[in-house]
Design a protein around this ligand. Structure first.
Ligand SMILES: [Zn+2]
Length: 375
């Protein structure tokens, strides 16, 4: 029997993690996420691991309003900020992507667990079937997860960059000629370009976590756009690695070091200088889009990249394996294991407060604020 044991005094105690670690199979998850009250306490522990903070003023003290269990009217889980000027009444979902949700928290936890448990995600149609909500609700739930795992921190250390195109090939139109090739032999395309950034892990010892990874939609692959995205997401102290694309070469001058591999000379790795990790990430994006999302709109692509990047980072080294290359050379590579999906939940909710998602009149989403206030 999996019970969520959460200490009221120190919310994110060892017990909470230990009980999350026990959730391995679907049956464990169903058992653990049954009682609404327990799910709420677990969410409170994950959203405020160091105690409850008022999302409006940042005050660290708040009181629990006496609930129905004590014969009062307030619903359980309702708190009030103790700051004299603020007095905001808040729950665990206030000013998070779950703000003003009508779904029980156990449905949220079940849905998020199912999305994380599936290796590349789960389509909104399947998720809706699994948890018994409408497809638009499941679709918004997926986007809430993507917003929750958005990270603002810049990456440092060794950082690989590359480009990626999303979208299908253009429809055949007899009135418009084929696009042909543009300058420098790059194929002209109507697809949406994106810039991918992957941080290499600091070490490859057992238990080391994968680095951060992500991508951003860009207007084009110009130096200006490359510099805009890189300066926003990469620390100037970083050691960049890329191919010899000229925008990368010039934008890379703003960083501590920049090494390139010459793909045109069929050079793919020169010792530690390679872009294999970022190309692996690009492949993961392509496979996720093809297999799960089927189509991502350029407007919401950044959110989808956040989810794929989060999955990428939620892996740890669990040993070394020996592989044989095509030329028969033996190479030792790290083998990766995914972090248990239930144990990814604290990382999902860690910086929830401040990020706000609202429904639009037409059932869509509107990201009101993508920046976390705390955490
Ligand atoms: Zn307050």
């Amino acid at each position: 029997m999996v019970r969520l044991m959460i200490c009221r005094e120190h919310p994110m105690t060892y017990d909470a993690r230990a009980s999350l670690a026990e959730i391995v199979a679907v049956s464990d998850m169903v058992e653990a996420f049954t009682e609404e009250d327990q799910c709420r306490r677990l969410m409170e522990a994950m959203v405020g691991p160091r105690g409850r903070i008022c999302p409006a003023c940042g005050f660290r003290e708040s009181i629990a309003l006496a609930g129905r269990d004590q014969g009062r009217k307030a619903r359980p889980g309702l708190y009030q900020c103790s700051s004299g000027e603020c007095r905001l009444q808040l729950t665990v979902t206030t000013h998070t992507p779950l703000h003003s949700t009508k779904l029980p928290l156990r449905v949220w936890l079940t849905g998020l667990w199912l999305i994380l448990q599936s290796d590349k995600g789960i389509s909104s149609v399947r998720l809706a079937e699994a948890i018994g909500v409408s497809q638009p609700t499941a679709w918004r739930m997926g986007h809430a997860l993507r917003l929750l795992v958005t990270r603002e921190q810049t990456v440092a250390g060794t950082v690989e960059i590359d480009d990626l195109y999303i979208g299908g090939s253009p429809r055949k139109d007899p009135d418009r000629p084929r696009l042909g090739r543009g300058r420098k032999g790059q194929p002209r395309t109507t697809k949406t370009p994106a810039l991918t950034i992957v941080q290499r892990p600091e070490s490859l010892d057992d238990g080391a976590q994968a680095g951060a990874a992500g991508a951003r939609v860009v207007d084009d692959l110009s130096e200006r756009e490359a510099f805009r995205v890189l300066s926003e997401h990469v620390d100037p102290s970083a050691d960049l690695m890329s191919d010899e694309w000229k925008s990368f070469v010039s934008a890379g001058q703003a960083f501590a070091a920049h090494d390139t591999v010459r793909h045109s000379d069929r050079e793919y790795a020169r010792g530690p200088i390679h872009t294999n990790s970022v190309e692996g990430f690009n492949d993961r994006v392509r496979r996720t889009v093809a297999g799960v999302f089927h189509h991502i709109s350029p407007q919401l692509a950044d959110l989808c990249f956040n989810e794929i990047g989060f999955r990428w980072s939620q892996r740890v080294v669990n040993g070394q394996i020996t592989r044989r290359t095509q030329k028969g050379r033996e190479v030792i590579k790290p083998s990766w294991a995914r972090i248990n999906p239930a144990l990814q939940l604290p990382a999902v909710f860690r910086s929830a407060v401040g990020r706000q998602l609202r429904r639009t009149k037409h059932g869509g989403i509107h990201v009101r604020c993508a920046v976390a206030v705390f955490g």
